[in-house]
Design a protein around this ligand. Structure first.
Ligand code: BG6
Length: 528
């Protein structure tokens, strides 16, 4: 084990070195929706952090775009406050902040209407000339998805996506469409305007260190990969649990639900990296081709099988540690009779040589007892049980890849209890990422925005991946839309979702892994 983690460490340093050694070419970073939450909470603090690490381009400026009419100075002040409030590390040095915000500009316009784009172009040219940028622009759409098409069309028509004078890249936030049809339509529109290598579809899970580490765990360690298949693995479980509710995002979430919000992107990407074949290189397309093959091998869930393979739920009000927690239907922006799922659990198979017959399970939900994302590899039991277990139950090895929090890897295996006889105890071998000396783990947005600046699309979803993911979910969406008899199970906030989700797990007495206990006092539902 010692050897493995040393290898880890070496690879990690190498990876960091390779990724972060480069400074991108000079550029202007344009944010549509600059007065919104995403810009303040994620984008600006992430770019500021790149500045403090000295890995921004030598000549760099940000142009924020929004409808609100504010001056450059007001925008700088707002973003300076955002850096203080939302940076991962505490920032107190005002000089450092103002050294960054001096290169921030603001432009007020209605980005839906084509009218303002010539003015935008000349504003960009002014900044470009002032900084001697050389025509490289990145446009980040931090707007509601309904604006993506109009902005892309307007940018293209005004010549701003034309790469004759420098690179022009577009960053798009999820959701990439609402279903297969709209996902295809969005891709088609974008492709009519620009080429695929100009498009960067952000799935922030791919920017998480531990998600990328899955590749290293699997393909840098001789001991895991030979076991990584149907001969040794009994089942695989992927969980992304959140303890928070929908908060202020009820309006958006009620039109989305867990399937679109989490499964179509984050969970399926984790499935892809867990199940893929080794890529021929670390090239963006080599990796994405393998992920795509996994998506293409997902056994379609037939509409009639949806009730037995997919469980959906919605949190109800409950009492957690003495406090009443609001039920989903009472959240701001949510319809009082909403049937939107805040929880979904799916059993599925991957029809290929490696995984034929191995059940995969994935679940995600809001208002569960804790925030945890993990991938659990359940190995098969030994063929003959020689020893007594302390619990009386036969156990099997588990490899738990903790994506967040407390990033790391836990291996559960059996050891002899000291003393007479052969009593066996299940023990943990636990590696915590934080033990890798004083390395700072970059936030997902830092990593991803830096990659866009470098033009590296490895950690971004490609058009065909997005569409294939939608295709897999299509029958589930259709069944829920067409068959009102399919239940939306209520679950008290603070619990692990509907108990019916355990019925999905094949094998007597087997359940999902529960990293911690329910928090809700199930005897005491609130009135909410
Ligand atoms: C976002 C979803 O993409 O991911 C949110 O829209 C969710 O609903 C979030 O809360 C979870 O991200 P993380 O990084 O906190 O696991």
């Amino acid at each position: 084990m010692f050897m493995i983690f040393n290898a880890y460490e070496t690879l990690y340093y190498l990876f960091q070195f390779l990724i972060f050694m480069e400074n991108p070419k000079n550029l202007i970073f344009v944010i549509f929706g600059a007065s919104g939450d995403l810009a303040s909470r994620m984008l600006i603090p992430a770019i500021f952090s790149l500045k403090t690490q000295k890995i921004l381009p030598e000549k760099f400026a940000i142009l924020g775009i929004g409808r609100t009419k504010i001056s450059n100075e007001d925008f700088r002040k707002k973003m300076s406050d955002a850096i203080v409030s939302y940076s991962e590390e505490k920032v107190t040095d005002q000089n450092l902040i103002s050294g960054f915000t001096k290169d921030l500009y603001y432009h007020s316009m209605d980005s839906i209407s084509a009218d303002g784009y010539l003015e935008l172009k000349s504003r960009l040219q002014d900044i470009d000339t002032k900084y001697s940028i050389g025509g490289n622009y990145i446009f980040h759409m931090a707007t509601p998805p309904s604006m993506y098409e109009a902005i892309s069309v307007n940018l293209a028509k005004s010549g701003l996506t034309n790469q004759a004078d420098g690179f022009r890249r577009l960053i798009i936030e999820k959701p990439f469409g609402y279903d297969l049809e709209s996902g295809r339509k969005l891709n088609k529109t974008l492709h009519e305007l620009i080429s695929e290598d100009q498009i960067f579809r952000i799935d922030h899970y791919l920017g998480k260190e531990t998600v990328q580490n899955l590749l290293v765990t699997r393909f840098a360690n001789g001991m895991f990969e030979p076991l990584w298949n149907r001969n040794y693995i009994h089942r695989i479980e992927i969980t992304s649990a959140e303890s928070m509710g929908v908060g202020e995002r009820g309006g958006y979430y009620d039109t989305s639900g867990a399937l679109r919000d989490m499964v179509q992107n984050h969970l399926l990407q984790m499935v892809g990296l867990t199940a893929m074949e080794p890529p021929s290189s670390l090239d963006a397309d080599a990796i994405r081709n393998e992920v795509l093959k996994v998506f293409q091998s997902l056994q379609p869930i037939r509409e009639e099988d949806v009730p037995s393979q997919v469980i959906r739920g919605q949190y109800t009000g409950s009492l957690i540690r003495g406090e009443c927690v609001t039920g989903y239907r009472y959240e701001k922006g949510v319809a009082p009779d909403s049937r939107t799922e805040t929880y979904v659990a799916i059993k599925f198979f991957i029809n290929n040589w490696r995984w034929g017959g191995v059940p995969f399970y994935m679940r995600t939900g809001k208002r569960l007892p804790t925030r945890v994302t993990e991938i659990v590899i359940h190995f098969k039991q030994t063929p003959h049980h020689l020893f007594q277990r302390e619990s009386g139950k036969v156990s099997a090895n588990q490899l738990i890849i903790r994506i967040q929090p407390d990033e790391g890897i836990l291996l559960k295996f059996d050891m002899k209890e000291p003393g007479a006889g052969f009593n066996v105890k299940n023990v943990n071998m636990d590696f915590h990422y934080k033990d890798l000396a004083d390395i700072r783990v970059p936030s997902a947005y830092e990593r991803l925005l830096h990659d866009v600046m470098l033009g590296d699309s490895t950690l971004f979803s490609r058009d065909d991946e997005v569409e294939t993911a939608w295709k897999f979910l299509e029958p589930i969406q259709a069944a829920w839309a067409n068959n009102k008899a399919i239940k939306v199970f209520g679950y008290p906030a603070g619990t692990w979702g509907p108990e019916h989700a355990n019925d999905l797990i094949e094998g007597e007495g087997l359940t999902w892994r529960y990293p911690c206990k329910n928090l809700a006092d199930e005897e005491l539902y609130c009135e909410l």
